[in-house]
Design a protein around this ligand. Structure first.
Ligand SMILES: NC(=O)c1ccc[n+]([C@@H]2O[C@H](COP(=O)([O-])OP(=O)(O)OC[C@H]3O[C@@H](n4cnc5c(N)ncnc54)[C@H](OP(=O)(O)O)[C@@H]3O)[C@@H](O)[C@H]2O)c1
Length: 318
């Protein structure tokens, strides 16, 4: 099978397409044909060994000291069951499913093997592209807004980085929960962010957030340029600061009304997001879809820090 390999850390050019043996599913595993997989900010971070401030050494211990331990990246995908292991009874060949693959990654390939208990059925009303696109940013936005902020109707939310993978989902989820949403992005993305449900947009190129006098019940930073001090300054007295891209310093000092950490990959959250997509309550924003052979271009787009929503690779196309 064809797969995109990252044998060494570096620029997008380190990616190479190679023929590798197709994996065999173990007793509790499923062999899946990947239809669409997201190329995320996490994939780009791992490829480049570009981790948040202070986290380089711990991240390299996890992902590989000198080169990626798992050369096939890709942690969110949608596809079709090809075959199942001897002890798998919940799925049959032809089932349409999606999943997040955790530390195993491996979705930037024509096929991958995954434990059956990680799979979520894709509703027929949701395309493979939308399923693959919503997982990464959607699970993160949902976790931080609903669990770390316990967002309720009537609250005000500032979403910093409103046009990215987390941001486009955060704006729509916050709106779905009945909150008043203020999105921060460049002017070029203002119309998109308003269409997704923001009541108002702040263009960070013309307005410095440190000069904003307004206070918010929740501030979600999906850029990584807010500190605990600069984020707290934007909060109401009972407000909560959600730092999705915190460096080591912020992680060590986060307490009280500041939340950091990694969003869990839970089937229940994925099912909830897919239902919202199927009902038309979440629009999955796609910047572009690439063939597997062009995955370096996808990484370059993610590296720009300017992508709108999600970037996909579709390994079935050639
Ligand atoms: N904690 C977790 O579990 C978790 C999970 C997933 C990701 N993350 C982290 O969260 C961060 C965001 O991830 P993502 O995938 O959503 O990123 P992304 O999709 O790459 O974000 C790109 C967007 O950021 C906007 N942007 C860039 N600079 C900005 C600025 N100064 N102010 C406001 N918006 C700006 C860009 O809009 P413009 O073009 O308009 O500038 C672009 O649309 C990453 O650092 C990632 O590692 C954390």
């Amino acid at each position: 099978m064809r797969a995109a390999l990252v044998d060494r850390y570096g620029a997008p050019e380190v990616l190479r397409i190679a023929d590798v043996p197709q994996p065999d599913p173990g007793a509790h595993e499923v062999l899946l044909r990947v239809v669409a997989a997201a190329v995320t900010s996490a994939d780009a971070r791992i490829r480049a060994a570009r981790f948040p401030a202070g986290l380089s050494t711990p991240a390299r211990l996890v992902f590989g000291l000198r080169r990626p331990r798992r050369p096939i990246l890709g942690g969110a995908f949608s596809g079709v069951v090809e075959s199942v292991g001897a002890r798998v009874s919940d799925f049959v060949p032809g089932d349409e499913v999606c999943a997040m693959t955790g530390m195993a990654m491996g979705a930037h390939a024509e096929f991958l093997v995954l434990a059956a208990n990680k799979l979520v059925r894709k509703p027929a009303a949701v395309s493979h592209q939308d399923a693959a696109g919503v997982l990464f940013g959607g699970t993160t936005a949902l976790y931080f807004l609903s669990e770390k902020a316990v967002l309720r109707a009537g609250m005000s939310v500032l979403v910093n980085g409103a046009s990215g993978a987390i941001g486009t989902n955060a704006v729509q989820l916050a709106r779905h929960f009945g909150a008043k949403v203020i999105g921060v992005c460049s002017g070029a993305n203002a119309e998109l962010v308003r269409r997704l449900g923001a009541d108002r947009v702040i263009d960070y190129r013309t307005t410095d957030l440190s000069c904003v006098a307004e206070r918010f019940d929740v501030v979600l930073d999906a850029v990584g340029n807010l500190t605990i001090a600069s984020g707290r300054r934007l909060l109401t007295p009972q407000g909560r600061l959600l730092l999705t891209a915190a460096g080591l310093g912020e992680i060590m000092r986060a307490r009280g009304n500041v939340a950091v950490g990694s969003a869990p990959e839970r089937a229940a959250d994925i099912e909830r997001l897919l239902q919202l997509v199927a009902q038309g309550r979440i629009e999955v924003v796609h910047e572009r879809s690439f063939e597997l052979a062009d995955i370096a271009l996808a990484h370059r787009l993610v590296d720009s820090g300017r992508k709108r929503g999600n970037v996909l690779v579709c390994p079935g196309q050639s």
